[in-house]
Design a protein. Structure first.
Length: 307
């Protein structure tokens, strides 16, 4: 399958390397030319435990040289999605699948506004990655990925995305409907990303600290109440149990928002806790914890000139 991965950060590099290793014709697209040059020179190095794998994957900052592909997968930060969609236009033909496996709520809407909505596939991945340096990433463990059509109807496009992911060794499943699954991941992120970022705790430390465990659980319960008000049949007990179990298993994994804090980057708070608060305001559900996290993280960004 001819695939373009837009965004060559940690997740884009991991997925790009694995998809290429699965026999697909893969190209990485990124606006950072030094990153593109490094990947073209040295390939992508993926580390796990004490092992490293180097995969040669071509990269470019000019997708007009590539032309239409069968699948475009977006892994850019949420606030770059609209610009990335414009950049990716030469990659998208009438039969191209446009997929988002990004964090947060709303990326699918941005892509569906840029491309025919029936071509858009959205989903979530529980894989995580740490960018050590350009072209060098840590992928702690394989985790599930779920995808589904943005619009209702035939799941053929989502099934093709699953087949591509499976060729790269990923555990992938078609979810229909997919939006409840996106909300489940959103609840996880809302409860764990700002808590990790604001404390500096890795996943294991966050899950082992009694007061932080309680805060994570309460934030998850609050976000689940919003999801249920929207009509998604999501159990607060299941979410809390799953999140605390995941923190325990994840050990030294550092949350993406914590990585943003450490690198002095703008975060994705607007499409995580911000999305929970926005939906809560529309449905009348109180969300004091999620609202507080938005204020705290936005305050941190403002003090560093990031927002």
């Amino acid at each position: 399958m001819k695939i373009a991965v837009v965004g060559a950060g940690a997740m884009g590099s991991i997925f790009g390397a694995r998809l290429a290793g699965g026999g697909n014709d893969v190209v990485l697209v990124d606006v950072a030319r030094p990153l593109v040059e490094k990947i073209n020179e040295a390939g992508i190095t993926v580390r796990r435990d004490d092992k490293s794998t180097i995969t040669r994957v071509p990269a470019t900052a000019d997708p007009s040289k590539i032309g239409p592909v069968e699948l475009v997968v977006f892994f850019v930060k949420c606030y770059h999605t609209a610009a990335a969609a414009e950049l990716a236009r030469p990659l998208v033909g009438p039969d191209t699948i446009v997929a988002s496996l990004q964090n947060g709520w709303g990326n699918g809407d941005v892509l569906a506004a840029a491309f025919p909505s029936e071509q858009v596939v959205v989903g979530v991945t529980y894989n995580s990655g740490l960018l050590v340096e350009p072209g060098v990433v840590v992928h702690p463990a394989d985790q599930p990925t779920l995808v589904g059509n943005f619009t209702d109807g035939d799941a053929e496009r989502a099934s093709r995305v699953v087949a591509a992911l499976e060729s790269g060794g990923f555990a992938a499943t078609v979810a229909s409907p997919v939006r409840p699954e996106i909300w489940k991941k959103l609840i996880l992120n809302a409860a764990t990303l700002p808590t990790a970022a604001l404390t500096g705790m890795n996943a294991g430390a966050l899950g082992a600290h009694e007061e932080m465990r309680a805060l994570v659980a309460e934030t998850a319960q609050e976000a689940t109440a919003v999801a249920r008000a929207l009509g998604y049949d999501i159990s607060a007990e299941e979410r809390v149990d799953a999140i605390l179990s995941l923190l325990e298993k994840a050990g030294p994994t550092r949350a993406s928002m914590l990585q943003d804090f450490e690198a002095g980057r703008r975060t994705e708070i607007d499409v995580i806790n911000g999305a929970v608060v926005k939906a809560a305001d529309a449905s009348g559900v109180p969300t004091p914890l999620n609202r507080a996290f938005v204020a705290l993280v936005k305050g941190w960004e403002t003090m560093r000139g990031l927002s």
